[in-house]
Write a protein that binds this ligand. Structure first.
Ligand code: IPE
Ligand code: IPE
Ligand code: MG
Length: 224
């Protein structure tokens, strides 16, 4: 039985769900937030220590302004409304990605991290304006500035995920089989599950099924 320490998720399919069910992509984002709450609860129940959620990529700025604004308002409301409850549940919040948002949002993200810093239950890493290629380039630059030997152990200290173990498994919902610039280094040995359901339709039973399947996989890491 494989232990599950870290689950990473590409929460894809909100837009399609919204168009199909409510004639608006943004309605899909709103519905997707409910799934986030369900999956947080389910992860706590399964005693998972790290949950990394891809919420907004460095490429998602290409979307229409109306959608981008909606997404960031949704995030801001979520943090404002849920921070206290997340804190009470002993959840630690961390944001990965380039933090160059509005002054207000930057402040809110810093506050959320600071408030929950010493929490010891689930750690949620929210990937916001995150792109793996930029992360790697920044890490190379960071490495160049030090005299440390270039090796794996020293290199990972320059990644945004330093102090976070690599994901044991990656789930991507939305019936699309690609990584979309997510955690390219960290996923080197993760088990990958592509799920047909759109993110707002994904539920805790779908999640538990994947976790069960993961547990019985023979992970070789190059060995036999
Ligand atoms: C994922 O859902 C959420 C974000 C990228 C913010 P999408 O918005 O990509 O949904 P689809 O893939 O267009 O259906
Ligand atoms: C990946 O989904 C990013 C997030 C889920 C935040 P996208 O919908 O942006 O991915 P592509 O563009 O279809 O590859
Ligand atoms: Mg998508």
């Amino acid at each position: 039985m494989n232990p599950i320490n870290h689950v990473a998720i590409i929460m894809d399919g909100n837009g399609r769900w919204g168009l199909k069910n409510k004639k608006s992509r943004n309605a899909g984002h709103k519905a997707g937030l409910k799934t986030v709450e369900k999956i947080i609860k389910a992860s706590m129940k399964k005693k998972i220590k790290f949950l990394t959620l891809f919420a907004f990529s460095t490429e998602n700025w290409k979307r229409p302004k109306k959608e981008v604004v909606y997404l960031f308002n949704l995030l801001e409301d979520f943090l404002k409304n849920q921070l206290e409850s997340l804190h009470k549940r002993n959840i630690k919040l961390k944001f990965i990605g380039s933090r160059n948002f509005s002054k207000n949002l930057n402040k809110l993200l810093n506050l959320a991290e600071k408030k929950t810093l010493n929490n010891e239950n689930l750690q949620i890493n929210l990937a916001l304006n995150y792109g793996s290629k930029i992360e790697l380039l920044e890490a190379f630059k960071g490495m160049q500035k030090t005299k440390a030997k270039v090796n794996e152990r020293n290199f990972i200290k320059h990644l945004q995920t330093k102090n976070i173990p690599d994901p044991d498994l990656l789930i991507r919902t939305g019936n699309t089989n690609r990584l979309s610039n997510f955690l390219l280094w960290q996923l080197a040995y993760s088990e990958i599950f592509f799920e047909k359901k759109l993110w707002p339709d994904f539920n805790k039973n779908d999640y538990y099924k994947i976790l069960d399947k993961f547990k019985s996989i023979k992970r070789n890491f190059g060995n036999i």
